[in-house]
Design a protein. Structure first.
Length: 322
């Protein structure tokens, strides 16, 4: 990744994995912007009121950290820690970051009543096989597939990580948020303010507020010293069947309902916002009690639920934003 910054007088950023987008606007100012990719998603760093030399030095440090963390969490990289864990069912001497993110994932799994679960890879593979065979992509996975799901079934120890036979994990529902937080930590340690980080999930440092669009709605919030993450029910294009959900319930193996088009979560932590938005999409329906119960466990969180043809639902007190 080349640390090259460009100057813009007005900016508009689209971020996400083709499923959700955050539009960002600012008033004309001395703005430096970098665009690239992180974990396969469009990535952007925006430095407002920044000295070019200082910003390029900080950017180089951020890009080194992104590249290092991709070497841990990227599924397409055969040599990454997560790929080796999935291939062998175990990982000796995991990095601090792998242990930290798995620990955070377990915490989020419990706090979301099991809805956030990185072990749903077996369900995803089942549905991909259905697509490949041209059969019903909405079929319910058999019990032997569901038996390979459940974050409580993996062992995270100081000297290693162990999966049960046939299990595999994906941290895509939280790793982008984790990397975003790590980049924010680097910039904060260097004394930076007035920076917007968008690595698939969005986080603003202290200082100026960035006007951020929530999901695909027209609502905007002033994001400062906080993070925003969005999950969408929009299906992925998959073979001749046309489409396939990218979110599955970890207990039933069924696809997330499309009664909610997206869930956006603001929080001080991008990794928490990332995992929460993923989990809340599985609460979809007219009864929002479970979603409200889950959000209540995160006092700094606020969630916006977009429903096709209906009013938006707002949950939480929103102390993560201003």
């Amino acid at each position: 990744m080349e640390p090259k910054l460009t100057r813009r007088r007005a900016l508009a950023v689209l971020a996400g994995m083709g499923l959700a987008a955050h539009g960002v606007r600012s008033a004309p100012a001395r703005v430096l912007e970098w665009r690239g990719t992180a974990l396969g998603a469009d990535a952007t760093l925006i430095f407002a009121n920044a000295d070019r030399v200082e910003a390029e030095t900080a950017l180089a440090a951020c890009l080194r950290e992104i590249e290092r963390l991709e070497g841990i969490f990227s599924l397409p990289l055969d040599a990454s820690e997560i790929s080796r864990l999935n291939a062998h069912g175990s990982l000796d001497q995991p990095s601090f970051d792998m242990q930290a993110l798995l620990t955070r994932s377990i915490e989020m799994h419990r706090a979301t009543e099991g809805l956030f679960d990185p072990t749903v890879q077996a369900i995803w593979k089942f549905h991909l096989d259905q697509v490949a065979m041209g059969t019903d992509v909405s079929a319910t996975p058999p019990q032997d597939v569901l038996d390979k799901v459940g974050l409580e079934k993996i062992a995270v120890m100081a000297d290693g990580v162990r999966l049960r036979q046939g299990m595999s994990i994906s941290l895509n529902g939280i790793a982008q948020g984790y990397i975003t937080d790590r980049v924010a930590d680097i910039l904060h340690g260097r004394g930076w303010k007035d920076v917007l980080i968008d690595l698939g999930e969005t986080r603003a440092l202290e200082g100026r507020a960035f006007d951020v669009m929530i999901g695909d709605s027209e609502r905007r919030i002033a994001l400062s010293n906080g993070a925003l993450a969005t999950s969408s029910s929009a299906p992925l294009v998959a073979g001749a069947s046309g489409s396939l959900s990218h979110l599955f319930h970890p207990r039933s193996g069924t696809a997330a309902s499309q009664e909610w088009s997206s869930v956006s979560v603001a929080h001080t932590s991008a990794s928490i916002a990332d995992a929460l938005s993923t989990a809340l999409m599985l609460c979809s329906g007219d009864d929002t009690r479970q979603a409200r119960r889950i959000v209540s466990r995160f006092p700094a969180a606020r969630a916006w639920i977009a429903r096709p043809g209906q009013d938006e639902i707002l949950i939480g007190d929103g102390r993560a934003i201003r």
